[in-house]
Design a protein around this ligand. Structure first.
Ligand code: CMX
Length: 486
């Protein structure tokens, strides 16, 4: 592209940005807010700048290539293709997840300790970080807690729906159903129906996201109590408690150690880029302008799969089978045989492997560090720590497993079990409550930046075969056989 054309395009971009600000005086005026404003004010200040940046990139570099597509990429679940943009988090294959550029270990260390008696930061602080892009100070993190307390009164119809569900319906299915059923609360639907303009969409998505986060602990606690505690349980949010403490309290857990574990758990599981099934599904559905309740519910249906979030349930089932078969303190040889028997039966070892990571998942290590501080003598914790050394050996020998190390799901179950939460079927719901803190900020930003509806092009096998035989011809190896033989 010629320099003069570039210049004129770049001027055009700046004009677009200025035009946007002029036509949205409310946002222009918000430029005066410092980072000390409310989360929404911080966003309102940041969004026009990010829009300008995006417009600039699109206009100046829209025709640059990011890479080539191989047939194996397409046939291999789109692995390795740079197809999605996501600023909330990034997964480094060796170092693990970074929230807004901060390694998860540092996120956990730096998040403000809002409650006096807490050793962990709050998930509300993590939500602020993922949404605003900056580590919150204590006040900013506390403000999110207060907002969610104010917004968290679950509508009666949602209680009725949950109370009417048959106990055989899996907790994740109940969680998905209740999240979707909350859609009459959507401010976005209301505004869209009244003709809201595209630049304002994010404001309503923000409101819905804040409300949904506020509702989720109650939804999840009611599911827990209905299925496992005969419907008994406190259904009221208390203003002295933060998000995690209220959640634990409503499920009937008062132990401060468990509440701290929950804070940590909800921070660790929140975000993992946007290509994983739950995050991508939420984005995909949101791109059709389905509201956050429906989009989140769709993402949760994906989280409920055994290769994704359900693996934390599967891990404990597998561990219990191991303990039943060879006891709680088996010899190494017995463990190795058990792992090999699992593989021979055609099953995967749950909690191990990852599509992107190539080292032990820091989320596993952080949970193990918590365990070493709080319950290192627990037999199941000991066993999980031993398996960390043994399973990778076996998986490496298979020669096909890209990452033989533990992922987030390999540890969570034994910690929950230590504090008395033994209902494995429920574990993925905890993952789901946490995942809201990542996928909803992604959704807010997608609408803020005007991300279009997703619509990749598919092709038929016949097309692929013809394409391949043509490319063979081009290389000079003339293919005598037609595409059908491919
Ligand atoms: N046990 C046995 N085999 C495994 C394995 C494991 N833990 N992990 C991968 N493999 C196998 C795959 O099944 C595949 O075999 P085939 O070629 O015969 O189908 C082969 O190794 C290559 O797979 P990969 O490239 O290493 O892994 P993928 O990116 O395809 O899949 C994942 C990643 C997580 C689905 C896979 O490692 C797995 O099934 N792990 C166990 C389930 C689990 O822990 N899931 C939770 C992941 C975390 C999350 O998303 O929540």
């Amino acid at each position: 592209m010629g320099r003069s054309l570039l210049k004129s395009r770049s001027n055009q971009v700046l004009k677009c940005g200025e035009f946007y600000l002029k036509t949205n005086p409310q946002l222009s005026s918000l430029r005066k807010y410092s980072d000390g404003g409310s989360l929404k004010e911080v966003l309102a200040k940041k969004i026009p700048q990010e829009r300008e940046k995006m417009l600039g990139i699109k206009c100046l570099h829209g025709d640059k290539k990011l890479g080539d597509i191989k047939v194996s990429n397409v046939m291999g679940g789109q692995r390795g293709l740079l197809l999605l943009m996501c600023d909330t988090s990034y997964v480094d294959p060796n170092k693990g997840i970074f929230y807004r550029g901060i390694a998860l270990k540092d996120v956990c260390a730096k998040l403000p300790r809002v409650q006096k008696d807490s050793k962990e930061g709050t998930p509300e602080g993590a939500f602020y970080l993922l949404t605003a892009g900056k580590m919150p100070n204590k006040k900013q993190a506390k403000d999110v807690t207060t907002e969610w307390q104010k917004r968290g009164k679950l509508p009666d119809y949602c209680f009725k729906l949950l109370d009417s569900m048959d106990k055989r319906i899996h907790p994740m299915a109940q969680f998905c159903a209740a999240s979707a059923a909350l859609n009459p609360e959507s401010k976005f639907v209301e505004a869209y129906t009244k003709g809201a303009k595209k630049p304002k969409y994010w404001e309503y998505i923000y409101e819905d996201s804040m409300n949904l986060c506020a509702y989720l602990p109650t939804v999840a606690a009611v599911i827990y109590c209905n299925i496992f505690k005969g419907g008994k349980g406190n259904r009221k949010l208390e203003s002295s408690k933060d998000w995690s403490d209220n959640f634990c309290n409503m499920m009937g857990y008062k132990d401060k150690g468990f509440v701290d574990l929950m804070r940590l758990y909800l921070i660790l599981h929140a975000d993992h880029e946007s290509g994983n099934v739950s995050a991508h599904t939420t984005q995909l559905v949101g791109s059709a302008l389905s509201d956050p309740y429906l989009s989140f519910s769709a993402g949760m249906c994906g989280l409920a799969g055994p290769l994704h979030g359900l693996a934390n349930q599967e891990v404990l089932v597998w561990l219990n089978q191991l303990i039943e078969a060879i006891g709680c303190e088996p010899k190494d040889e017995e463990i190795l045989k058990f792992i090999n028997d699992t593989l021979k039966s055609g099953r995967v070892v749950p909690g191990y492997g990852h599509a992107v990571l190539r080292q032990t998942d820091p989320r596993f290590s952080l949970q193990n560090a918590f365990a070493m501080k709080n319950c290192k003598d627990d037999p199941s914790v000991k066993l999980v720590t031993r398996l960390w050394k043994l399973i990778p050996k076996v998986l490496k020998e298979l020669g096909k497993v890209a990452n033989p190390y533990p992922n987030v799901d390999a540890h969570s179950g034994v910690l929950l079990q230590y504090y008395g939460m033994t209902e494995m079927k429920y574990y993925t719901v905890l993952f789901g409550v946490s995942r809201a803190l990542g996928v909803l900020p992604q959704l807010i930003w997608a609408r803020a930046l005007g991300a279009p509806i997703e619509r990749p092009k598919s092709f038929t096998t016949d097309f692929l075969c013809k394409f391949l035989s043509k490319s063979k011809d081009k290389k000079g190896k003339k293919s005598k056989k037609g595409p059908k033989k491919c």
